[in-house]
Structure formats: C-alpha cells, structure tokens
Design a binder for this molecule. Structure first.
Ligand code: G3I
Ligand code: 9MR
Length: 547
C-alpha cells in the first residue's frame, strides 16, 4: 500500500508519500475519488528499511500547493488514503490533542457541553490522600492525610506522576511561548473557555495546581507520584476508588517540578491580574524544590514493595539538574543558575521523560535574545544546530524519509518521532535551514500515516487510526469510538504486554510490532507525555511553514 500523512499538508510544506518497491517508476497525484491528475512525478530509487523489513520508494510532490483533497496513485497499487492540502489542515488535530488533556482531568465531572458523548462523572477527588511510609517526614508521618486534587491522569491508568507531568506540562508551556498567536486565537470549548486566559494555559493550569500540592511545604521536597498501590481494572474513573498515596520524595521529581514551576512563573507573569500572586508562588515553589534537590542530590526512586504502579525511575539526575538550572536562570536572570548548568559539558539530546537536557537547550535558544551576559549564545545555537543536523542526516538516509532509526522504536515511539520534530523545529527557527523544517514535517507525517503500518496513530484522526487504545475510559465508557485526540505509543519490539494479550503481535520488527488492542499497554497506550509533543509539533508546523 501507499503510505501518506492521512490528514494533510500546509500548502508550503514538503510533501512525501512512501511506495513499496515494485515495477512502477512513476506516481500521480489525483483529485480524491477522481481520475483528474494534478501532478505526476518519478519515484526515487528503492531503499531498504531494516526497521520495517521492506524496500520502499519515496514519491515527492512538494510543488503541489493548491488547496484540495487528493490521493496518491501508483500503477498496480490501491490509491493512498485521501489527504488535504490547505492552510487549516492541522487546526483540528492540534485542538483535539490539547482537548485530550481535558478528557483526562482528575477530580472533575466532564459535562456534555464540553465533552459531548464522552461526558462522565468525576473520579479521584484526591482530597484525602495518604502519605505512604516511603514519604514519611517528621511533619507528615506515614498515614497523614493531605489534599492533592486536580491534575491529569498520566495515561491509560489513573495515577499522577510528577516526572512525567513535568515534561508534559513544560512542552505545552513551550508551545505557548513559541507560538503564542496561534494559541491566543484558539477556542477549545473547555469549562474555562472565555475567561481571559488562553485555553491552552487554562488546561496547563489544571495540572500545575495539582503539582503545587505535591510539594511538602515543610522542606520543599516533592513527592514522586500520587497513586493507588496497584493498577485499577478497566473501569470508569468514578468506579476506581482504591486508596491513594503520595510516594517517596525524589531528586528527579523535585528538579522537574522546579523546572516547570520556573517556566510557568514566567509564562503566567502577564496574567498576574487574572491569577493574583500565582507567578510569584510558582517561582518560590521552584526555588524551594531546587534547594531541596541540592541537599538531596541522589534520592532516586525505589519502588516500595507494596506499590506496583508506574515507576518513572531514573538513576541519573544530572540532566534534571541542568534543566531546572536553565529554567531558573531564564526566569530570574541569576547567573549562578547558568553556572550550575555546567553548559560547556552539557550536550543536547532528543527529550523524553527520563532525558531532559535537551529541554534546557531549547528554552535557552528560545530566550537567547534576552539572556544575561553569563550565557554563551554561540554555544546555545551550536547545541541546537548540531543535534538538528544529526537528525536531518538520519532523515536523509532513511528509507521512509524520517529521522527515526531502528533503535528509536521504544515504548512510546510515536513521541520519539515527535520530540525529534520538536528539536528540528527549534533548529529551523534558529538557523532557517529548510531541511530542518522538512525533517520535522516528516516526523509528523510518520505519526499521521506515513509509516509501515499505514496508520495514523491519533485516535479519531486519519483514515485508519487506533480503535482500542489502552485507555481505561475509552474501554469502559460503552462508546464504540475511543476518546479522540490521543496519540498511541506506537510500534516497538519489546512486547512487554505479551502475557496480558490474547492476540499475538503481527510482527517482531520494530516498526511493525504494534497491536490495536486494549491489552497492549506497550504499544497502544496513550500518555500525556506523548500527546504534548503532538501539540507542539502540530502547532509549530502550522506556524512556521512558509507560504
Ligand atoms: O533505558 C533502557 C535502555 O538503556 C535500553 O536500551 C532500552 C531498550 O529497550 O530500554 C530502556 O528502558 C526502557 C525505559 O522505558 C526507558 O525508556 C524500558 O525498556 C521500557 O520498558 C520503559 O518503558 C516505560 C514504561 O512505562 C514501563 O516502565 C516507558 O518509558 C514509560 O513511558 C511507561 O510509562 C507508563 C507508566 O509507567 C504508567 N502509566 C502509563 C505510562 C505509559 O505506558
Ligand atoms: O494499565 C497499566 C499501564 O498504564 C502501564 O503502562 C502498564 C505497565 O506498567 O501496566 C498496565 O497495567 C497492567 C499491569 O502492568 C499487568 N496486568 C495488567 C494491567 C493492565 O490491565
């Protein structure tokens, strides 16, 4: 089959489809459902894709810029799924990818006016949360009851994890910092819509307010997670009523918290009137968490024996230190924080929940014009440019025309592609090198259908998208369609859920090891840290693609 981004392209975007190796040497683009040819072209030479076990050719039709609905056609193959070209093609998926966070809100009933058929009762008020023995302190001995309401459920499960909330919330705030006009004009139909705060910031605030409650006011330490002892069954939130605990303070939680609160305090600063005192409160919380981490630099997460939920464990906090330092430097201007980053020794890498040094560099790049003299502007630019160049080199070599390498197919591979695109968009903003923008577009194309499975991984978007994500509300709500706007983790060969799945995976190959079954938490779960870069990239491609 021919694989293509199933939503479509901005008129000025690079436009590519993937065609299996065969007799044909040419392709055509037709008006969807007709024989009207609007463009023809030559297929590129076939190249091997080890991650997918096949050989494919690229069909490039970048010149086609006339808005419309099209299909790619190659002799001997079925036409591709239809796609659009137009300036608004990404608006709906961008809005839906943010609305997904609203659908995962803890402690709030989703009413019909905002949630439509996905309306549901409130779950997890989290107003009576127990301090777990692993988190006990003199002021809060084990069994102390605290309130820690709001926030988003992490994923397909109903727990709330600071480390993963950190990168997710940051990425939404970063999208706002980079593309404010787009988000100021956006209406998401969430309960806060119309309240003089952009909807994206209202959504982020729902989680920031929860995060603030995860800090122990006595010492600035931050609990790693708020969780049941074990995972819930496949039930709606209001039926999941196991006791909830805050578990262990960790260095990673404190530093991710410090980074996000420092970021939030500058993003919300212009909204002081709407949120009196909030920016200052966030900055103070950030600084207290930073001080706690300085005093506890190696409190790594160790899952207690009686706790079985997600770990988000990480035995290296050096990148979290650097990230928190960078955000505190940007927000306060205090050169001591830049020093603490140890910038000359810090490389840039593609971000993930466990690996956040790249976030430091992206934030510095974004604010480079207003940083104090302490910051090395040339170094900042070179870190982003070097990482972008290496991603672009991989993109050029890859058979499917993406930056993804076989080893990038890990748990949450969809988000690896999108975080690569996020880096590349920064590279493009910084250098204007067109190939960075095109490589970023390719990552978006990958998750929207230009992949070996021919699937858009975003629920409700594209001709073929996941129907059975590992997402408790989607399974338990009695509605056939999954909750829309969620990106599935995507293919990866680990198959850690095999024992829980009645159906076998179709293939062990990295790019094909995927099951559209609710059992498959290792390939078909949804998660806030995978949706956040979808928000960023679908906004960035929209805002930055010229013409
Ligand atoms: O770090 C190693 C690396 O050295 C090695 O090369 C690679 C090879 O597979 O594995 C890496 O470890 C992986 C780790 O993620 C770090 O990315 C593990 O194999 C992999 O099992 C682990 O997956 C994590 C998964 O939880 C299981 O712990 C995912 O990243 C993480 O996104 C996921 O998060 C879960 C939460 O725990 C609970 N809520 C749902 C959420 C999404 O599934
Ligand atoms: O639902 C859980 C999912 O959120 C996690 O990512 C995953 C891995 O930690 O675990 C899922 O829970 C499964 C558990 O690990 C094993 N028994 C079946 C559970 C799914 O219903």
């Amino acid at each position: 089959a021919i694989h293509v981004n199933q939503l479509g392209f901005m008129p000025g975007a690079a436009k590519v489809a993937v065609v299996p190796e065969g007799e044909a040497r040419t392709f055509a683009i037709v008006k969807a459902g007709t024989d009207t040819v609007v463009q023809t072209g030559t297929l590129a030479p076939a190249t091997a894709a080890p991650e997918a076990g096949d050989r494919v050719r690229l069909a490039t039709f970048t010149q086609l810029a006339t808005p419309g609905r099209y299909q790619a056609r190659v002799a001997g193959l079925p036409d591709s799924p239809p796609f659009h070209i137009g300036p608004a093609v990404l608006q709906a998926v961008n809005a839906a990818s943010i609305k997904a966070f609203y659908f995962n809100r803890a402690g709030m009933a989703l009413d019909e006016r905002h949630a439509g058929v996905f309306a549901r009762a409130a779950g997890h008020p989290d107003t009576r949360v127990l301090v777990h023995a692993s988190a006990a302190s003199p002021g809060r001995p084990a069994g102390t009851v605290i309130a820690s309401p709001k926030g988003w459920y992490d994923a397909g499960d109903y727990n709330k994890y600071i480390v993963n909330s950190g990168i997710s919330t940051y990425t939404l705030l970063a999208a706002f910092e980079d593309f404010p006009d787009l988000f100021r004009a956006q209406a998401l139909n969430i309960p806060e819509s119309g309240n003089r705060l952009p909807d994206l910031l209202d959504e982020a605030l729902w989680n920031l307010e929860w995060m603030l409650t995860m800090q122990d006011p006595a010492d600035g330490g931050v609990y790693h997670k708020l969780t049941n002892l074990g995972f819930d069954g496949m039930v709606m939130p209001d039926r999941a009523t196991q006791p909830r605990y805050v578990v262990q303070k960790t260095t990673a939680a404190a530093l991710d918290f410090a980074a996000v609160m420092a970021t939030a305090s500058r993003v919300f600063a212009p909204y002081e009137q709407q949120l009196p005192g909030m920016p200052a409160r966030m900055l103070a919380a950030s600084q207290a968490a930073w001080r706690w981490a300085q005093a506890h630099p190696k409190q790594y997460y160790r899952q207690p024996k009686d706790v079985a939920t997600g770990e988000y464990g990480d035995n290296d906090a050096s990148d979290e230190f650097a990230w928190a330092a960078a955000e505190l430097f940007i927000t306060t201007g205090d050169a001591a924080f830049y020093k603490a980053m140890n910038a000359p020794a810090l490389q840039a890498t593609v971000p993930s929940w466990a690996e956040v040094r790249g976030l430091a560099w992206m934030s510095l790049a974004r604010h480079r014009k207003s940083l104090g003299a302490a910051a090395d502007g040339a170094l900042i630019a070179s870190r982003i440019d070097t990482l972008s160049a290496s991603l672009a080199a991989a993109w050029k070599k890859s058979a499917y025309g993406i930056a993804m390498q076989p080893a990038d197919y890990v748990w949450g591979s969809s988000a690896v592609a999108l975080n690569q695109s996020m880096v590349l968009l920064h590279g493009y903003r910084l250098t204007g090198k067109r190939e960075y923008l095109d490589a970023a577009q390719a990552g978006l194309d990958h998750v929207l259908g230009r992949n070996a499975l021919g699937m858009s991984f975003v629920t409700g978007y594209g001709a073929r998208s996941p129907l059975h994500p590992h997402h408790r509300p989607s399974e338990a709500d009695g509605i056939a369609a999954p909750v829309p706007g969620w990106i599935a983790g995507g293919p990866q060969p680990g198959q850690q859920d095999k024992k829980d799945c009645p159906a076998p995976y179709p293939s062990p190959l990295p790019a094909r090891s995927y099951l559209d079954h609710a059992c498959s938490y290792a390939s078909n779960e949804v998660a806030i840290n995978w949706n956040a870069p979808l928000v960023y990239v679908s906004a960035g491609v929209q805002a930055l693609t010229p013409g």
